[in-house]
Design a protein around this ligand. Structure first.
Ligand code: AMP
Ligand code: MG
Length: 402
């Protein structure tokens, strides 16, 4: 049976890459950049005043206090072709171009204006003071963004600043989430004695949306071949179809055969991990499909491990497997298994900047309630004997901030 790492490698190898599109800036956040972006001009494009005050020649302020003659004003967005002469000052606003001849800006707080055409400056300034010189941030033609790179708030601001109104990038995949099982009813329904409410499509869709994916919940499909055939045919129109349930060894676990029947190429169907062993991964054309186990904790974990990786790989995200928190195991020693064990843990900021991962009270893969008490899953390596408290563990966090 495949190890978790081998399963991840198969996902990275077989997940189809999404198309590069020309994406308008309004929709670019969360896309992964696919082209190099260069500055179309120097930044700042002119010597820029950093303060409201007076543009001056610093040599005029060798002896202070002193009075200068105010010969004009430059507001942000204005241009003036005056040249500052000896003994002169220009009233200037933050963001305005510093006029020629001036080499410093005196803050308005350090001045008095006894008359409209006069400014009294209390103390001297060194050359360059309160001026951002042209081109110090970036020069025209400099590369400001290099692909592949996920476009976040800073990148979006930079794209706007250099005038990239459209950018070549890969959008987040469109994801469909489908719950399967004859026992499932909707959250607003009252379940019969042997039924339960569908929890997975809610937690999985929320995980995906939290990752910036466009997720649609397709509802519930029963365990019959007909119901699955119809639902899977619809789901394969998305970039990524994620089913939960119906992938174990039961008589009514039909997801895998129906995926095969639909022409899906299955790349793996079991992984050496707990919880989540019967996880299925396949592709058909440009679509990827996961059949996650139905137990809610298994589905949640295998989304974090596998679905998220595939979704990111579709965008050519350089960090496809996602973030891990390095922590130290707290609590009791943990006996390792012949497959990788993922324990729901609470993360605690410890003294000295270390993070502790404390396993929460947990009743196994069906116990979704335990995840409310936890912040992530600590990976306990396979075949490592007893893992003692204080041992380093990697945690897959699922709460923002970790
Ligand atoms: P399965 O993988 O279909 O064998 O389901 C394993 C367990 O998970 C069973 O106890 C199911 O009732 C439960 N289960 C399956 N799907 C869901 C779901 N969408 N929400 C909550 N529990 C589920
Ligand atoms: Mg089932």
């Amino acid at each position: 049976m495949l190890s978790v790492d081998d399963a991840l490698a198969l996902i990275l190898r077989h997940t189809p890459l999404g198309p590069v599109e020309s994406v308008p800036l309004e929709e670019a956040a969360g896309c992964v950049l696919a082209e190099e972006v260069r500055a179309d001009r120097d930044s700042p494009p002119f010597h820029r005043a950093m303060m409201d005050g007076y543009a001056v020649r610093s040599v005029d302020l060798v002896a202070t206090p002193t009075s200068l003659r105010v010969v004009g004003e430059v507001a942000a967005g204005a241009t003036r072709d005056l040249v500052l002469e000896r003994g002169q000052a220009v009233r200037i606003m933050t963001g305005a171009p510093v006029p020629a001849g001036a080499d410093a800006v005196v803050r308005v707080e350090d001045t008095e204006a006894p008359a409209p055409e006069e400014v009294r400056v209390r103390s001297g300034v060194s050359p360059g003071r309160n001026i951002t010189p042209r081109g110090v941030e970036v020069g025209r033609g400099d590369r400001v963004l290099a692909p592949p790179l996920r476009i976040g708030p800073a990148e979006l601001g930079v794209l706007a600043a250099v005038g990239a109104a459209r950018v070549r990038a890969r959008r987040p995949p469109r994801v469909a989430v489908l719950s399967t099982g004859d026992e499932l009813v909707e959250a607003h329904e009252s379940p019969g004695p042997a039924s339960i409410r569908d929890a997975n499509s809610w937690s999985l869709a929320a995980l995906g949306r939290g990752e910036g994916l466009a997720v649609e919940r397709l509802g519930i499909a029963g365990d019959s071949a007909g119901a699955l055939r119809t639902a899977i045919a619809g789901g394969l129109a998305y970039d990524l179809l994620v089913l939960s349930g119906g992938v174990s060894m039961g008589v009514y676990d039909l997801v895998r055969p129906i995926l095969l029947e639909a022409g899906v190429h299955i790349h793996f169907e079991q992984v050496r991990l707990k919880p989540g062993k019967p996880a299925v991964f396949g592709t058909r054309g440009q679509a990827a499909v996961f059949g996650l186990p139905g137990n809610p904790v298994s589905a949640f974990l295998t989304w974090l491990l596998f679905v998220r990786t595939a979704a990111r790989a579709m965008q050519a995200d350089p960090d496809a497997t996602g973030h891990r928190v390095r922590a130290r195991l707290a609590g009791d020693p943990v006996r390792t298994l012949d497959r990788r064990l993922y324990l729901p843990v609470r993360l605690e900021a410890g003294p000295g900047g270390e993070t502790a991962a404390r396993p929460v009270d947990w009743h196994g893969s069906g116990d979704l309630y335990a995840l409310v008490r936890a912040d992530g899953f600590a990976a306990i390596p396979e075949d490592a004997g007893l893992v003692a408290p204080g041992s380093p563990v990697e945690v897959i966090p699922y709460r923002p901030g970790w």
